[in-house]
Write a new protein. Structure first.
Length: 578
């Protein structure tokens, strides 16, 4: 059945007929294309929309996909989609300019030629610009007599300082987003510099609250090109991760200018070139002229720090969660934490551990699932000790169009809520916590993709809430502040000595305007949330600015999408894509 499909794919695509290709799909089928038939992320649904998309791409016998080749060991039955039994498998293929890897999800309907529920096409490399790895790795040595020959270290220092060439790409931010994108670009031979105002790589994690530990297991969090070692703990402390970032940057030979501030940027439309004035850590000035700039300041970029009527009267500190380090840094005994998602819960527990009486203001419902459920249900069999290689797991996860996840995630969310997380949810609700099912009643994934928040991966605060050590104030807003506390919209008052705002972050478009100036930053479209085809907006994709990009997300998203963004930039630099 799988080989028969590959034959049909080769026949349909080689015909150059959008109508013939579209006929391979179910009436509700999807074609997800990343950079193969066009230079964006697209996922049209239904044969009619797929045919329209292929026509828009200018598909023809000359511009098509060819040489579909099955990976036989990958073919397996899959029953994860409710009511639709699949045969799923991987294949490789070629485009005119590159090579790719894809996934088919074939509906097993009992017919001789079953139709596709989903087909994924993803670009993996550009012809003539392959990564220097495996059999293509560099030799690393030069033999023969040469007076004054530079050592590897001397060459490395000149390269890092860009003494002999201009960087083609400047990345702003040395967190997981910037580091992995810089690695991917380096593998494609693109001279890349990372600019970050922090003194050390990893400070974006190192400077956060002391008790922070990642909520994702290690199997999900491996970094591109350099997975964590086999003895790495399942959950990573933030300082351990920060130190790994330093090791990663050194090992991958990334060119990071730390302690560097951006003084001014401008863009020359005619030249397709940026001018970036910076001040280095030693106070020296430097001007660089990259062709492309990428903002990798994180999905959690500029803090969303609201102000309140009467705030000037409040005697205590009002801090954002990103400014909070530990409860022992503040004087007093009564704290209000505004927000009930991940940061709000972690900070509330930290304050309790330092003797504070904590009230948590929850303004709307929060989806809660335990980290145990993440590990044993949500990621089990895909990102787990017994799962497939990370590259294959990423392909399976990212090849599915996001709207296809919705019915699956609804089933998974219900399974966790009535099973492994049943007692946690009951405890929270009994204490007055407003638990919800998340966006679309689909739990974590759709909440994260739709708004980047609205959830809590439970690591213990539920016990503090259920026994009253963390008191809940639910469904109200702060009306105004007084000298010793707040008055809520229902007229009730709360005395407090400290207010912590776990109120999230602004859209990354705000960061673009702050860093690049309003003229260039305003060209960026709003970042995050789902577009009409269910794909995430702007991140890793064309942004609205011809030479400006956004890289963001958690470690797993960066691991996958950093390669796709690097391929887009390389294709533009080489004149392969416009």
């Amino acid at each position: 059945m799988a080989q028969s499909l590959i034959t049909r794919l080769n026949t349909a695509f080689s015909s150059g007929s959008p109508q013939q290709v579209a006929a391979l799909f179910r009436s509700d089928g999807y074609l997800k294309d990343i950079l193969c038939l066009q230079w964006d992320y697209r996922a049209p649904q239904t044969p009619g929309n797929i045919e329209k998309f292929l026509n828009e791409c200018g598909m023809s016998k000359e511009k098509t996909i060819k040489n579909f080749t099955l990976e036989p060991a990958s073919v397996a039955d899959n029953d994860s989609f409710p009511g639709v039994p699949w045969l799923m498998g991987f294949f490789t293929f070629e485009t005119n300019v590159g090579r790719g890897r894809g996934v088919f999800r074939l509906h097993k309907d009992g017919s001789q030629q079953p139709k596709l529920h989903a087909l994924f096409l993803g670009l993996e490399e550009l012809k003539g610009h392959e990564e220097k790895k495996g059999s293509l790795r560099i030799r690393g040595t030069e033999y023969g007599e040469e007076r004054g020959k530079a050592t590897w270290q001397e060459k490395r220092e000149r390269k890092k300082e860009f003494l002999d060439e201009e960087p083609a790409v400047a990345i702003v931010g040395a967190g997981q987003s910037g580091l992995m994108l810089a690695y991917r670009l380096g593998q494609l031979g693109v001279p890349t510099v990372i600019l970050d105002r922090n003194p050390r790589i990893g400070d974006n994690w190192r400077n956060r609250y002391k008790s922070l530990v990642l909520h994702d297991p290690v199997h999900y969090d491996h970094m591109a090109g350099l997975p964590f070692p086999a003895h790495w703990p399942i959950y990573t402390a933030k300082d351990k991760l920060a130190n790994w970032f330093e090791f990663y940057a050194e090992t991958m030979e990334l060119n990071a200018w730390m302690g560097t501030s951006i003084d001014r940027t401008s863009f020359d439309e005619a030249k397709g070139e940026w001018t970036v004035d910076v001040t280095r850590a030693d106070g020296s000035k430097r001007t660089i002229h990259p062709k492309h700039m990428c903002l990798a300041t994180g999905h959690s970029g500029e803090m969303n720090k609201p102000t309140f009527k009467g705030q000037e009267n409040f005697k205590g500190p009002v801090v954002h969660s990103s400014e909070f380090t530990s409860g022992d840094k503040y004087q007093g005994k009564r704290a209000l934490v505004v927000g009930a998602n991940n940061s709000g819960q972690d900070l509330s527990v930290n304050l309790c551990e330092h003797g504070w009486h904590v009230t948590q203001q929850q303004r709307s419902s929060t989806y809660v699932m335990s980290v145990r459920a993440v590990e044993e249900v949500l990621l089990k069999g895909l990102y787990s000790e017994d799962g497939p290689p990370t590259e294959d797991a990423d392909l399976i996860f990212n090849s599915s169009p996001n709207p296809m996840h919705l019915p699956v995630q609804k089933v998974v969310a219900d399974k966790m809520a009535t099973g492994i997380d049943k007692d946690i949810i009951a405890k929270l609700q009994k204490a007055g916590f407003n638990w919800g099912k998340g966006v679309g009643d689909a739990g974590f994934l759709y909440s994260y993709y739709s708004k980047g928040g609205g959830y809590y991966l439970a690591t213990g605060s539920e016990d503090y809430i259920s026994d009253g050590r963390i008191k809940m104030k639910q469904g109200v807003e702060i009306d105004h502040m007084t000298s010793d506390g707040v008055v809520f919209s229902d007229g009730s008052e709360l005395q407090c000595d400290l207010i912590v705002l776990a109120t999230g972050y602004l859209n990354m478009r705000t960061s673009a305007m702050k860093i690049l100036g309003e003229k260039e930053g305003s060209k960026f479209n709003p970042v995050w949330g789902l577009d009409d085809e269910g794909e995430l907006r702007v991140a890793w994709r064309p942004t609205g600015h011809s030479n400006g990009w956004i890289q963001c997300g958690n470690l797993a998203l960066n691991r996958w999408h950093s390669k796709k963004l690097a391929l887009q930039i390389k294709a533009r630099l080489e004149g392969i894509a416009q």
